[in-house]
Design a binder for this molecule. Structure first.
Ligand code: C2O
Ligand code: CU
Ligand code: CU
Length: 444
């Protein structure tokens, strides 16, 4: 629904039973009955208001990942929407901005075109909620993007899951199962690869150029994506978390940590009709080394020439930074057992790790003891460098999530702008996040 300069959506969070594995029934927690949830489209200059009704048995919190959103609508982890059915009311009052049964989130979306996504963000419970299906795409558009006349984008939400014999989702996944360490130190990994909720799907394609918006929506699994056989023109990356790059970058493979998005163009016109092109994941072997297949048909699509320039990206300079802060993402002891920390601190809503000024630029040095995909709310950043070197091969452009490798020290240049209030930054390995690897910054 549209009225004036606002677009209205209504989403019911509801449990449904669906057939994901052939012949079996899986209970999912969904937005409007589907996994992924409905794709929301928005345009710069128009506000989006989304009314969420919670018909699930648990409290929820909705976060628009990548959105430049006022704090009250950002999905702070204790701003619970309790179930409409109050008999199922769980959880105690933690001081958040709690609502009962429903909540309307308002997104001004004064930001550049980008592949955003929305997902559950409840404190200590994001992993299980997203695993059960609470995730969807939000595609934001603007004039700069429209002027390029890009092929229609096909969103591909890649996520692993695991299932019990009766078809129900297993969370955590079976201990000792494929790639799962006993204590989930790497997070919860599944043994079925889903693309848009379908295991290892096959998509027919014509001979021409397609735009894919890749999202790694896995709880914990990192991906190294490649096409086999490879397209002669490579995987042409045109965008990243924060929208279009200044110019396209050609890759033979793409590494995506959880929550990262890559916007790519693939030209299938050089393949002979009938060719089966497999999207593989080089970080694994066997079934989990495969993601999906494309079957090239006879149909010829109108040729598309990839533009040399895509968008205007004016990165801040390191010399603009008003302060440098350091955050260590590490394991450490909390109350006698090992936990996931930012610095010395497990997440607590009242502990503020940084006070930042809107309109300023800061350097954040992020150190990791293990793989930690670190995500900042509200504030896009550019990667200044990793270790003693410059940015990595996937670091160009505006990001909201950086893939930190074990032992790595990265420097990012963060642009704080937008709205005052308290926001989180955290590891987007959802099990690490749920085990308190999250902290607050307050913007004024
Ligand atoms: Cu994708 Cu704080 O989340
Ligand atoms: Cu986010
Ligand atoms: Cu982590």
């Amino acid at each position: 629904r549209s009225a004036g300069d606002t677009d209205h959506y209504e989403i019911v969070q509801t449990a449904v039973r669906a057939e994901i594995l052939p012949g079996l029934t899986t209970e999912l927690w969904t937005y409007n009955g589907s996994f992924p949830g409905p794709t929301i489209h928005s345009t710069r200059g128009r506000t989006v208001r989304i009314r969420h009704v919670n018909r699930l048995p648990v409290p929820t919190v909705v976060h628009l990942h990548g959105g430049r959103t006022p704090a009250a609508d950002d999905g702070y982890p204790i701003d619970f929407v309790h179930p409409l059915d109050m008999a199922q009311h769980v959880g105690h009052h933690m001081g958040g901005d709690v609502s009962h049964g429903e909540r309307t989130y308002t997104y001004p979306l004064d930001q550049r075109a980008a592949t955003l996504w929305y997902h559950d963000h409840r404190m200590d419970f994001t992993g299980p909620s997203v695993w059960r299906g609470l995730a969807g795409f939000h595609l934001h558009h603007d004039d700069e993007e429209a002027a390029l006349g890009l092929p229609a984008g096909v969103p591909l939400m890649i996520a692993d899951r695991s299932f019990d014999r009766d078809g129900s989702l297993l969370y955590p996944a079976r201990a000792g199962g494929h790639g799962v360490t006993g204590d989930y130190v790497a997070g919860v990994l599944g043994d079925v690869m889903l693309v848009n909720g379908v295991p290892w799907p096959t998509h027919p394609v014509g001979r021409g150029t397609y735009r894919f918006r890749l999202l790694n929506a896995a709880n914990a699994r990192r991906l190294s994506v490649r096409l086999d056989p490879p397209p002669p023109t490579g995987l042409v990356r045109i965008g990243t978390d924060g929208g279009l790059l200044a110019a396209p970058i050609r890759h033979d493979h793409l590494e995506l940590a959880p929550a990262q998005r890559f916007d790519i163009l693939v030209d299938f016109s050089a393949y002979a009709p009938g060719t089966v092109v497999t999207m593989v994941n080089d970080f694994d072997i066997g079934a989990m080394g495969q993601i999906m297949r494309f079957v090239v048909g006879d149909e010829r699509l109108a040729p598309f020439a990839v533009p040399d320039r895509l968008s205007t990206v004016t990165p801040p300079r390191a010399s603009d930074a008003v302060v440098t802060r350091r955050f260590d993402f590490r394991t450490g002891e909390i109350a006698g057992h090992d936990g996931w920390l930012v610095g010395q601190q497990p997440f607590h809503p009242d502990v503020i790790a940084a006070h930042v000024k809107l309109g300023t630029v800061e350097i954040w040095q992020l150190n990791a003891d293990f793989h930690h995909p670190v995500h900042l709310h509200l504030s896009p950043f550019q990667v200044l460098g990793r270790g003693s070197g410059g940015p990595g091969p996937y670091d160009a452009g505006w990001q909201d999530t950086i893939d930190l490798r074990p032992g790595e020290q990265a420097k990012i240049l963060v642009h704080f702008d937008g709205y005052p209030g308290k926001y989180v930054f955290h590891c987007h390995n959802l099990e690490h996040e749920d085990m308190a690897m999250m902290a607050n910054f307050v913007a004024t």
